[in-house]
Each structure stands twice: as structure tokens, then as C-alpha cells.
Design a protein around this ligand. Structure first.
Ligand code: GLC
Length: 744
């Protein structure tokens, strides 16, 4: 028997390697036939143009000067562009079509920061499979996702498409998206290639202002920002995309340290690197490149294989080669990586969009609804205002986001089908009946400062048993380049909420946006608050299921909520500092007696006016029930480098509702050769508990979970004392300790 298995194993290796060998033979063969111009063409990605009567664009394709096209999603147009490439260019090399498929394609799922709130990687992986299926049918074969920039700054508009502030959560979600997109066809070929972006540390833009300077110490790059990218490189993400910003003085698209020293030499990444839109040319504006030729040179040497949208490669590589500044081997390496991906996608054999009519729309909508349900976070629920009674006689529905099929989708929804969107108002009307609902938008947009609609909102609500207020940010207020210095609800939304709260009726506040907002001033005005994020196509039905208790909310915050913008950057995994703040060291500024003697009052790292705590901590989210946690228990209080331990707790659902709880594991390395965060998320599990049910939840950890990077970028594990918490959020108090030893 063993002999047979051994033969099967060897033959499988031979098949796989012969498959690679066939690719290699094929690629070598093509490369040997390509002119320099045709090689340069493969390294050029152009924005899709209307192909009709566009002779200039057609000629480029016929000349083999277009290796990739982005933003063409009409299958007929895609096939026509592809036909020209395959049938009318000299070597017939197929084009790879790219698109930002970020949180859905036709069916839009919650925005990424909302998806992260589900803390459910399996759900995210299944969601990405749906996104891939829908995009594939439009001819997209390469998505510019997952975006795995961490962000600790809600002013940054692109926090929306991130999975939040934490390396462990962002990594887990990024891997899930990558795996979902990279589902294989029956012959092992890819449906969809993926792209880790934006390398690197784009989320650390100064001041949360997009495109701004990024200065991050090497220690923080390795221990925080690189982690999801390294994991994706290890997991076989197909491509990387550079970022617009400079990173420590060198623009990412010309940053050899990032793209060669780290990505190639240290991590061994063998896919290809594409620049972000025009970022090669922008090296001139950064003050890093003299001109477009110099920009092309710097990016080539730094390891950018394909240029998106700008044309410095097409315009200058032949001269750089002729002058001996760039070797043809560098070009061949880049082209080989690009051709390899086209092979892996099967484009040489099947270059055209297959007109496969998938009748999975209902399945996609159902999954989008489930993702929306699991992403919503219950922030407040005084006196069990929620769930609402299904027999409610009259519900007032008010607000600019209550019935907007476009705005609730959020950013990065170019291909979203708004006809599929079901808004909260639509879902409520079908659930309760139109006659039970009194609706008014009150404000034209979320930015509207015209108060005239508020009085109508108050009068419309006068006969209601409860008021549902749906507010937030229109999609244009989040996403790329859309940063805000002030994080209150925009427009007159706060005034609207205030006036409605003065009616004395129960207020259920639903906030649709893609960033933490400073909502501390309006929290007291609402009896219940649900953070729905931009919930996507099925946000309405998802909200109704939660509002009326079909399901208990289970979402947890993937980002810390500040009380004020002045607290930013604010995140749970901060350092302890030499003078950590606590309730003993901070008193409200108002309580300080007049004319106190001049001392360093408080003596700790806090703000005199708002203290040191966030509005809501990372990992926070309420349920319709209550969960009681026992103190964590360890299988041993000693761990060695080669023998891990288990950490467990028992959780009891002491309330009346069956519900999911996301149990979180945090660890602190108390003393190390570099300072370590006060807490780091090292695991989480979703458990379902019936009312009254108790379950034991166990996490296994080993020394590799405790590794970190030192000041020279070496990953190390050190002996020492560790604290460990298991709880419902990053503010967990129940702690136990263990010691890590090299060996017993
Ligand atoms: C954009 C974004 C990037 C996107 C690319 C193509 O400017 O920065 O995330 O993938 O251009 O649309």
C-alpha cells in the first residue's frame, strides 16, 4: 500500500512540476520571440477606453503595447479588446483585465471596515467568492484587493476599505478575502488574481490626510504594518500594489527597501508588483525623480513590474536599455512574472469572457444580508429599547440615510446595482406594512444644514410609538481622498437628533458610515444606537432582522472610537509609556481647584479635558443578551519555546436571547528588549449560546504567537512574563499570567 501511495505522490509532483515546466517552457518560448517593445507593452496597464472608433487605442493593442487594462467591465467590450490583442497583435498575448472589486461587484456587501466588525473570516471568504463570481462574468480576472492597510486614524477616508486598526484582525480578514477570490477552476487554474495593497503603511498617512507623508520606524513597520502583507505574500497573493505615499523619505513606487529588500529578498514574493495609479510619475512631484525618464528608472530598479495608467515605461525603457542603465534581464524578469499570472489564469487557452449566466442572485443577496447582520454593532441599548415589538402600532422613520439606495452602498461601488438595494424604509414597509410607518427624510443630504425639514420630522413623529433615525455620511464623504478633520455627523444631523429626542419618544439611532465618528455628544439623546457602517445592498433587511429581534447583534468594533479628533491616533494596542494614565492620575479639568500650585498635575499621559479613554474600545459591541465570563484558566503557567499552553474560559448566556458572542484573546509581553503593546489581539472565536447555555472556549498558544521584530528587523522570541486576557473586548479585565522559558 505504502508503495502505491508513494508512486501516486511522486506522479502528482511530476504532474504539478510538468505543469510549471510547461508554463516555463511556454513563457521562455514567448519571451524569446518578443521584441523589446512587446516586452515593455506587457509592463503597461492602461485605463479601459471605449473601443469603438478609437483607432489610437486599437493600434496600441495591435502593437502589443497593452499588457493589462483596468476598468473595462462590459463583457462585450472586454471580449472585443481581447480579440484584437489575441488575433491582431503579432504574438497574440492575451490582456489581463483588472478592477477594484473591494466589497462586492453587482451585489454590494458591507464596506470592509464593517465586514471586519463581523470578526468572521469564513463569512468574508465566502463573500469574496461571490464577488469573484460576479466580477468574473464581466471579464474581470484581477481584483485590486485585498486592501490590508491598517488604520488608526478615522480622519483618513480610506479607513473605510481597511479591516481596521489591528494587525491580527487585518491579517485574518485579508487572508480570508484572498482565499475567497482565489478559488480554483476545475483544472486548477484561477478564476481571479488578487492584489495586496497598498504596500506599505499607507494607513499611517500623517494627520489622516490622504496621500500625505508616511514616516514609520522600522520596528513599527515590521510589527504592525508589514504583518498582513507578509502573511499574504506567504499565502500566495498574486500581486502587490504600491502606495501613493512616500515611506520614510522614498516614494513607495521607487522604494527598493520595500519592493526588493523586504518583498523579494526577505519574503521571497514571486508575483508581480503594479504601481498605483500614476504613482510612478508622481515621484517627480514628490521631489524624488527628476523627470519621467528618471521616474521610470527609479521604479524599475526598485522592482515595479507594471505601470498603472501613466506611461513612463512605454516612453523610456527602450532608451534606458540602450544607454545600459537598465539590463534586459530586469525587463525579462518583470515580463516573466506577468506572463506567469496570465498562464495561471488560463488566459492563453481561454482569453474570452464566458457568457455564463449564473442564477445565484438570491444566494448572493442572502449572503450579503448575513454579512450585513454580522457587521452591525450595537453600541447602546438602554432599558432594552431593542428589540422593538413586532406589534408596534406606528414607527416614525426619519433621516437622510433611511431610504437612499445608492448612499447606503458606501465607497468603491462602481459596479454596484442600486436596483438591488433594499433600504431600511423599504424593508420596514414590507415587514410592518406601509400604514404603520411615518417617514420623512428631514434633510436632503447628510451635509444639509437646512433646518426646515426638522419640524416636519418632529410632527411626523408625534403619533409614533418610537422613532428610528437613520443618519451618517454619504458615500462621497468616505473613501480615497475624502478625509475629514472634524468627525461629528455632518450637516444638521445632530440638530435633527436633538429635536427628535425632545419629543420624549424612544429614539433608535442607526448610523451608516465607514469610519468612527465622534458621536459622544448625541449618545445621550438616543435610547439605542446601532452602527450599521455602509451596510451594502441588503442593509435594510439586515437592519429589520436586528431591530425586531430575529437575530441579536453580534458585531464588534474593528477600530477604536475617539471622543474627539484631538485623541487621534488612538488604538488599544498602544505602548504603556513610563507614565500610563489611570483613574488615579486623571481628574476632569473642571475639577481642578482654582490657582493650584504649579505642579505637573496628573503626571501621566492623558488629556486634561477628555482624559485618556476612548469613546468605545476596539472589540466593543453589545448583544440583546448578557454573557458572563469566568476567569481565564491556563493548562500551565509555564510555556517553553517548543511547548505551548491552552487558555480557556467558560461563558454563560445569562440573558433571554440566543446569541453569538465573539470571544477575544489578548496577550501582553510585559518586559522585552523593545517595548511591547499593553495588549495584542492573538485570537478570537465566534460562539453561539442559547439563553442559559454555558460553553467552554479554549485558545491554544505557542511561542511563535509571541514573536516580535527587534530594531534591526529580526523576528525574535524572548523569555519573560506574559499577561493574558479573554473577554468581550479589548478592555477585558480578567487576567492571568504565564512565563515563557526557553526550555523547562
Ligand atoms: C486608485 C487606488 C487604488 C486602486 C487604483 C485603481 O487610485 O489608490 O487602490 O486600486 O487606483 O483603481
Amino acid at each position: 500500500m505504502m508503495k502505491l501511495i508513494h508512486i501516486l505522490f511522486l506522479s502528482s509532483i511530476l504532474i504539478l512540476s510538468s505543469c510549471n515546466r510547461e508554463d516555463e517552457r511556454g513563457i521562455d518560448d514567448i519571451l524569446s520571440k518578443m521584441t523589446l517593445q512587446e516586452k515593455i507593452g506587457q509592463m503597461s496597464q492602461l485605463n479601459g477606453e471605449n473601443i469603438n472608433h478609437n483607432q489610437r487605442f486599437i493600434q496600441k493593442i495591435q502593437d502589443g503595447m497593452v499588457g493589462s487594462v483596468l476598468n473595462s467591465t462590459n463583457p462585450t467590450e472586454v471580449n472585443e479588446i481581447q480579440r484584437i490583442a489575441v488575433e491582431e497583435s503579432r504574438l497574440g498575448i492575451p490582456i489581463i483585465f483588472g478592477r477594484d472589486v473591494i466589497h462586492g461587484f453587482k451585489t454590494i456587501f458591507p464596506i470592509n471596515v464593517g465586514l471586519a466588525a463581523s470578526f468572521n473570516p469564513e463569512l468574508i471568504q465566502n463573500s469574496a467568492r461571490v464577488w469573484a463570481e460576479e466580477a468574473y462574468q464581466s471579464g474581470v480576472r484581477w481584483t485590486f484587493a485585498p486592501m490590508v492597510d491598517l488604520s488608526r486614524d478615522p480622519r483618513w477616508g480610506r479607513l473605510a476599505e481597511s479591516f481596521g486598526e489591528d494587525p491580527y484582525l487585518v491579517t485574518t480578514m485579508g487572508l480570508a478575502v484572498n482565499k475567497g477570490f482565489q478559488q480554483k477552476q476545475s483544472d486548477g487554474l484561477l478564476y481571479m488574481a488578487t492584489c495586496a495593497k497598498h504596500f506599505a503603511a499607507y494607513g499611517a498617512v500623517e494627520g489622516g490626510k490622504d496621500y500625505n507623508t508616511v514616516s514609520v520606524p522600522l520596528i513599527e513597520l515590521h510589527n504592525v504594518h508589514f504583518r498582513p502583507f507578509k502573511a499574504l505574500s506567504d499565502s500566495g497573493v498574486n500581486t502587490f500594489m504600491t502606495s501613493f505615499t512616500e515611506v520614510n523619505g522614498v516614494p513607495a513606487s521607487g522604494n527598493k527597501f520595500l519592493l526588493v529588500d523586504i518583498l523579494r529578498d526577505s519574503w521571497g514574493f514571486n508575483g508581480f508588483v503594479v504601481s498605483d495609479w500614476g504613482s510612478i510619475k508622481e515621484q517627480i512631484t514628490h521631489g524624488y525623480a527628476l523627470n519621467t525618464e528618471d521616474a521610470a528608472y527609479k521604479s524599475l530598479v526598485a522592482g515595479v513590474d507594471m505601470e498603472m495608467a501613466s506611461t513612463t515605461y512605454v516612453n523610456h525603457i527602450d532608451k534606458l536599455i540602450a544607454e545600459g542603465k537598465i539590463s534586459i534581464s530586469l525587463i525579462d524578469e518583470a515580463v516573466r512574472r506577468i506572463l506567469q499570472l496570465k498562464y495561471n489564469l488560463g488566459l492563453f487557452d481561454n482569453p474570452y469572457v464566458e457568457e455564463i449566466s449564473s442564477n445565484n442572485k438570491e444566494k448572493h443577496l442572502a449572503l450579503a444580508k448575513e454579512a450585513s447582520i454580522q457587521s452591525m454593532v450595537l453600541l447602546k441599548n438602554n432599558d432594552n429599547t431593542l428589540p422593538l415589538n413586532k406589534d408596534i402600532k406606528r414607527l416614525a422613520v426619519v433621516g437622510p440615510m433611511a431610504n437612499d439606495r445608492y448612499e447606503q452602498l458606501g465607497t468603491w461601488v462602481f459596479d454596484g446595482d442600486t436596483n438591488l438595494t433594499i433600504t431600511p424604509l423599504m424593508a420596514l414597509q414590507s415587514f410592518l406594512g406601509t400604514e404603520k410607518i411615518a417617514y420623512t427624510k428631514a434633510l436632503k443630504t447628510t451635509r444639509d444644514n437646512n433646518l426646515s425639514g426638522i419640524s416636519k420630522a418632529v410632527s411626523v413623529s408625534s403619533s409614533a410609538d418610537a422613532i428610528l433615525v437613520v443618519v451618517g455620511e454619504e458615500s462621497i464623504l468616505v473613501g480615497e481622498a475624502h478625509c475629514r478633520a472634524n468627525l461629528d455627523l455632518p450637516g444638521a444631523q445632530n440638530e435633527l437628533i436633538k429635536k427628535l429626542s425632545e419629543t420624549g419618544k424612544p429614539i433608535v439611532l442607526v448610523i451608516m458610515t465607514s469610519r468612527p465618528l465622534t458621536i459622544g455628544n448625541i449618545l445621550p439623546m438616543a435610547d439605542a444606537v446601532i452602527y450599521a457602517w455602509h451596510p451594502g445592498t441588503m442593509g435594510g433587511p439586515a437592519l429589520v432582522d436586528i431591530l425586531f429581534g430575529e437575530v441579536s447583534p453580534s458585531g464588534k468594533l474593528p477600530v477604536t472610537f475617539p471622543k474627539a479628533p484631538g485623541q487621534i491616533p488612538i488604538y488599544y494596542s498602544h505602548k504603556n509609556t513610563g507614565r500610563p494614565a489611570s483613574k488615579d492620575t486623571w481628574q476632569p479639568m473642571e475639577d481642578i481647584p482654582a490657582r493650584p500650585i504649579q505642579t505637573s498635575l496628573g503626571n501621566s499621559n492623558h488629556y486634561m479635558d477628555i482624559g485618556y479613554e476612548p469613546l468605545f474600545p476596539f472589540g466593543y459591541g453589545l448583544s440583546y443578551t448578557n454573557f458572563e465570563y469566568s476567569d481565564p484558566e491556563l493548562t500551565s503557567d509555564k510555556m517553553t519555546f517548543d511547548k505551548g499552553i491552552d487558555i480557556s474560559t467558560t461563558i454563560t448566556n445569562t440573558g433571554d436571547y440566543d446569541a453569538d458572542e465573539i470571544v477575544q484573546l489578548y496577550i501582553r509581553d510585559v518586559t522585552a528588549s523593545i517595548t511591547r503593546p499593553v495588549k495584542e489581539l492573538k485570537g478570537f472565536k465566534r460562539v453561539h449560546l442559547l439563553s442559559g447555555e454555558t460553553k467552554k472556549v479554549t485558545f491554544s498558544i505557542n511561542s511563535s504567537d509571541l514573536a516580535f521584530f527587534n530594531e534591526v528587523g529580526e523576528e525574535i522570541i524572548e523569555e519573560g512574563n506574559f499577561h493574558v486576557w479573554i473577554g468581550a473586548n479589548s478592555d477585558a479585565k480578567q487576567k492571568v499570567e504565564f512565563e515563557l522559558l526557553k526550555s523547562k
